[in-house]
Write a protein that binds this ligand. Sequence first.
Ligand SMILES: N[C@@H](CCC(=O)N[C@@H](CS)C(=O)NCC(=O)O)C(=O)O
Length: 202
Amino acid sequence: MKLFMSYTSPYSRKVRVLLRELDLEDSVDEVPVDPLSDPDELISVNPASKIPALETDDGLSVHDSRVILGYLASLTDAGDLYPAPNDPKRWAAMTLASHIDAILDAALAWRMEMVRQPGERSIFWQNRWKTQIERALDALPDMLNAAPAYRAYAEMLSVVALEYLDFRHQALDWRRGRPALKDLHDRWAARSSMVETQFPAG
Ligand SMILES: N[C@@H](CCC(=O)N[C@@H](CS)C(=O)NCC(=O)O)C(=O)O
């Protein structure tokens, strides 16, 4: 299989971490691409030219990150790392995944805004994305504690989001006043799946 990805994409990193947690990394070639340059090889798998996008050995195109995670989990016994189909407990875990994607969506949009020309940046949107992230982070520990199952899935996705905030939004200082999230991050940061997929320095 081929995974079109980039080393700076948090959605790609979710997939790359799960691949390693499921010991599937040897079955996938990770192909770095720049989605903004509309490469033909990516467009043939995802016409929207967004990453991550997976091309399976059968020629099936699978995107976006949440769908790819589900596809990979279907190839093996994912245990606590992915909600099982038909398990009524999956709804809380999948809602947590959506909550974490809301953090990523705001963090990425804010980052894209920050690299625009100063006169083109919207103060309104930057404030809104910052507020969304902070509110979502504040709610996350209680949501994790309330979710009855698939803790590893929710924790893995949370830690990818926290490290993306370290990578692109250090000034947000997410650790301040959030000891439970700091502990969560400390428990996951040294796992090989996290270390091998770290965002680039700088
Ligand atoms: N919801 C999508 C988001 C994917 C996404 O926005 N990826 C970014 C890179 S981090 C991208 O491809 N951007 C290119 C563009 O929007 O044109 C997912 O979970 O995969």
